[in-house]
Write a new protein. Structure first.
Length: 313
C-alpha cells in the first residue's frame, strides 16, 4: 500500500508531467477486409441450406487469404498502432500521452510508416486486376461485387495523427472561472489515473516477461530444459528500454527494479546463456530477486475503482 508521501510524490510527478507532454490521437482509415452480405446473398445462403432467411446473418471476406499486397497494407496499419503505443502511455480512450522530447522521433517513425503505406498502396494498384480476380475466384463469383472495392487503393487508406488539447481553454477561464477550476481538477485526476494505470500495466507486463525469461534459463525441471529463444531476451530488453525512455519515475521502487533487471541482463544473449552455465546461473539469481520484489508490487498494487473513460464526460 502506498504511503501518504508516495501518493503525494505521484501527484507531484503527474503535475510536472503535464508540462512535458502532449496528447496524441491516432487516426486511421483502414482498408475493409470483410463486408456484411446483402439481403439477396443471405437469402441464397439460406435457401441453399434450407434455413429461414431471417435466421441467416453473415459476412464475406473481400480478399483472398494471404493476398500479399493486401497483407502488406494491413501490416503497416498494425505497425502504425504499435509505434503510437510504443512512444506513448494511455490517457483517455483513443488518446495517449507523448513526451515532448520524443516528438521528433515519433514524427520520424510515423513519416517512415506513411511512406511504407504509400508504397504498399502503389504496389496494390499495380496488381489491382490480379487482386480482384483472385477475390472473385474465392467468392465463387456469386458473392463477388465490384462495388465492394475501391476504384483505386491509392488514397483509400490513410494514417495520420493530431494533437488533442487536454487543458481547459483560457476563454473558459474568463467566462466561467469555477468551471475552469473543475476542468483543471478533472485533468489532474486523469493524469494521476493515467500514471497509475501505466504503472499497473508495466508491473504486470514486466512480471510476465521475467517469468518467460526465467522459465527458459532456470535449472531443468523433470528433465525438461528451457527453450533458449533470442526473442525471449529481446522482448524483456525491449520493455526495459521503452520503460526507461518513457521517463515515468513516479514509482521509485518499480524504476529501481527496471534498472536492476537491465543491469542483470546486460547484453547477454540467449545463446550465451545456453552455452555458459555459470553466466546462466548468475543472471537467473539476479532476475529471480527482481521477480520476487516485483511480485510484491503486483500484489500490493491497489485496485483502480475509477476508469479513465469515466472522466471523459
Amino acid at each position: 500500500m502506498m504511503t501518504q508521501n508516495q501518493k503525494q510524490a505521484a501527484r507531484d510527478f503527474a503535475a510536472e508531467l503535464r508540462t512535458d507532454v502532449i496528447a496524441i490521437e491516432l487516426c486511421r482509415s483502414p482498408l475493409p477486409r470483410s463486408k456484411t452480405m446483402t439481403q439477396g446473398q443471405r437469402a441464397s445462403v439460406a435457401d441453399h441450406f434450407g434455413a429461414a432467411r431471417k435466421s441467416v446473418s453473415s459476412s464475406k471476406k473481400l480478399y483472398a487469404e494471404r493476398q500479399p499486397q493486401i497483407a502488406a497494407i494491413a501490416a503497416v496499419l498494425v505497425s502504425t498502432r504499435a509505434i503510437w503505443e510504443a512512444f506513448t502511455i494511455p490517457y483517455r480512450k483513443g488518446i495517449r500521452l507523448l513526451r515532448k522530447d520524443r516528438l521528433e522521433s515519433f514524427i520520424k517513425a510515423f513519416e517512415d510508416l506513411a511512406a511504407e503505406l504509400d508504397a504498399a498502396l502503389v504496389d496494390a494498384d499495380l496488381h489491382y486486376d490480379e487482386i480482384l480476380d483472385s477475390a472473385e475466384r474465392e467468392l465463387n463469383g456469386q458473392l463477388f461485387d465490384r462495388g465492394d472495392y475501391p476504384t483505386a487503393f491509392k488514397h483509400s487508406v490513410e494514417i495520420k495523427w493530431r494533437v488533442h488539447n487536454f487543458e481547459p481553454s483560457e476563454e473558459l477561464l474568463q467566462l466561467a472561472p469555477e468551471t475552469y477550476k473543475r476542468e483543471q481538477d478533472r485533468v489532474a485526476q486523469q493524469f494521476q489515473l493515467a500514471l497509475e494505470r501505466y504503472e499497473d500495466e508495466a508491473r504486470n507486463q514486466m512480471a510476465g516477461l521475467l517469468g518467460s525469461m526465467l522459465a527458459a534459463i532456470n535449472a531443468p525441471v523433470n528433465g525438461k530444459r528451457g527453450i533458449f529463444k533470442e526473442a525471449t531476451a529481446n522482448n524483456l530488453r525491449g520493455f526495459l528500454e521503452r520503460f526507461e525512455q518513457m521517463g515515468i519515475t513516479s514509482d521509485e521502487t518499480l524504476t529501481g527494479l527496471v534498472n536492476d533487471a537491465k543491469a542483470a541482463l546486460g547484453d547477454t544473449t540467449m545463446s550465451q546463456l545456453k552455452r555458459n552455465p555459470a553466466v546462466r546461473s548468475d543472471v537467473a539469481i539476479k532476475l529471480v530477486d527482481v521477480e520476487d520484489q516485483l511480485k510484491k508490487l503486483v500484489i500490493e498494487a491497489p485496485a483502480r475503482s475509477i476508469s479513465l473513460d469515466d472522466l471523459d464526460d
